[in-house]
Write a protein that binds this ligand. Sequence first.
Ligand SMILES: Cc1cc2nc3c(=O)[nH]c(=O)nc-3n(C[C@H](O)[C@H](O)[C@H](O)COP(=O)(O)O)c2cc1C
Length: 346
Amino acid sequence: MSTDASIRAADNRADTRTDTRAADTGAEARALSTAAAAAGHAPSIHNTQPWRWRVTGNELDLYLDHSRGLEITDPDSRLAVLSCGAALHHALVSLAAAGWHTRVARMPNPAHPDHLAQVRVDHRTPVTPAAVRHLQTIALRHTDRRPVVSDPVTADKLHAVVTAVESAGAHLHLLRPDQVYDLATAVDHAQRTEADEVAWQAELAYWTGGTRPLGTGIPDSAIGDRAPQTTVPGRDFGHYGDLPISEAHENAATFAILYGLEDGKLDWLRAGEALSAAWLSATELGVSVLPLSATIEVAGTREQLRRLLADLGHPQLVLRFTTADPGGTAAAHTPRIPADQVIERA
Ligand SMILES: Cc1cc2nc3c(=O)[nH]c(=O)nc-3n(C[C@H](O)[C@H](O)[C@H](O)COP(=O)(O)O)c2cc1C
């Protein structure tokens, strides 16, 4: 081959490499946009969806969006950051199911504490059936506030949920029956404290009820049409909704405290990732999950939960587990903000 010909051949190879890289970057950006859209299905406090995403080449940045924060209920943004953690886990599930290897930097920029995470995709990796199943479960998972008469959740299923939490960097303490009464007292105290505050009630009323045409908040279709029979009270929404509640008592439920070893933003984010991991695994096992956050919102009852944990760590969220009713109708899904309002593509 002449020198010219070999240079042209080398140039062609270089062009091909450049084209492949360009195509790859496009594929990476598309996968990241898809992941951010999948993350929109994540659970969040009062369905506020307090996240914002930015896709740049092969990077996806997650930010806390204070414009949908709860100033009265969640002044430190702990539950908003936890919700963002759930969204981050959903995004990672989407990328794993699309065959992308990811690197995640949590709290990557100390000067910008609202920059919660940066996800970078670098190379392709084999897709596992579990990753595909988790992705499918994202669309099925939802909050069901109805009480269910059923068998208790089996020990092996609870063990699987605990494992899912720990693999996501948090911990789960399953409460003994005698501790459930202490929890019930704490929840009752927290709800009374909140109900006595006019500003708190106004914030709750703003985010709940009606049909929620803007895609945020909890519609009446997801709120019980009367108070369910419970030992541990569910969220008092200040009004009844349209979700038919049966006479069932939830006495077969298992209660647990999701906790972290420290109580900073990173721990709240990790707790959210663990919530998503636990909820997706639970849904696949036919276990229904209900988060209860009133005792976390009120500082005094958060301290009571800490004592229930025997100082093992810092409580982040209370969870109720019940066996899902296989013959039951699915509770309505809550609405979501259109993806293009929370995803920015650079
Ligand atoms: C941090 C956090 C706290 C929550 N607290 C409660 C609660 O106290 N009571 C309740 O009924 N639902 C609670 N939820 C469930 C949300 O209301 C629910 O995720 C949201 O409305 C979206 O609905 P979906 O889970 O059906 O998609 C909580 C969720 C999160 C992530």
